[in-house]
Every structure is written in structure tokens, then in C-alpha cells.
Write a protein that binds this ligand. Sequence first.
Ligand code: TR5
Length: 161
Amino acid sequence: PLQSRRSLSRVGATNNEEAAAKAAAVNADSGTPTIFDKIIAKEISSTIVYEDEKVLAFRDINPQAPVHVLIIPKLRDGLTMLGKVSVYHCYFSRLKNSPIAEARHGEILSHLLYTAKIVAEKEGILDGFRVVINNGPDACQSVYHLHLHVLGGRQMKWPPG
Ligand code: TR5
């Protein structure tokens, strides 16, 4: 069914095969720590735009608009053995499939969306900005730690690619 939907859905598709190939190559939902866990732990530096006890907002390394900020939950409810060391990490990778968004995530989900407004305000793009969540390979998700993209500072197009 996915294949037939794909062939029917070329309308509006953009030339973004590189991103699709990259997304397809990622081990979706492997349940292991991602680069974003290291950013939360400040083991890898990022340009932080906003932070509180529940979320972190930082600039995307490969911006697709003059303002491109990622907002991620700091939630760490995954525990994985890496060699002999157990590592807590975010076990909340996307909105669909396991690890899945569950009812208990309602509060953090609303906080993430509210943070998008805080970020837009701080970045001076309240007149028009876009919030995107890429879910799974078909949507070009490449990092399996749930994140909101906040994009703005230019005229956004519709439909998105
Ligand atoms: O494709 P999805 O929706 O999963 O978005 C992942 C986003 O993470 C992309 O827009 C990447 O550009 C961004 N990204 C990836 C890395 C990274 C980052 N943003 C900031 N800092 C980053 N570091 C240090 N390392 C990355 N691999």
C-alpha cells in the first residue's frame, strides 16, 4: 500500500532524494542514544536558544531557513547497555510506532509546542513561522529523538516538500 501511495503522491514532491535516502539509512527506533542525548548532556556543543528543566531548544546545524531551531524533550526514560555501561537516554523517538507517544507524554508534548511560541517570540518571527515534526523514514526523519523544527525568517512555501 505504501508503494502505491508513493506513486500516486508525486504531486508537489520536491527534489529531496538525498534527505530521503539519508532517512531511509537510519536505524529507525533502534532505542539507543542519539546525538541529541549528547547535546542535552552538553558533551557536544550547540547554540542554545532556550532551555528549561524539560526541554532544550538549539540551532539546527544545517539550517533550512534564516531561523531554524530544534526543540527536544530532555525526558530520559530509556536505559541501554553500551558495552558494560548503562546509559539513560531519551526513549521517545517519534509520535508513531514504538517507542511511541503515549498518554503520559501529553504534558511534555504540549510544553514542546508552547516552547515553539517562546522560540518564535525570541527570534522575532511571530508574524509567520512553521513548526514541523518529521515522523519516520517517509517523512525524512533522520534523528530518532523526538524534535520540533521551528522555521522562519523567510516566506515559507505551501505545500511543503
Ligand atoms: O530530519 P529530522 O527531522 O530527523 O531532523 C534532524 C535535524 O537535526 C536535521 O535538521 C539536522 O540538520 C539536525 N542536526 C543533526 C545534527 C545536529 C543537528 N542540529 C544541531 N547540531 C547537530 N549536531 C551537533 N550533530 C548532528 N548530527
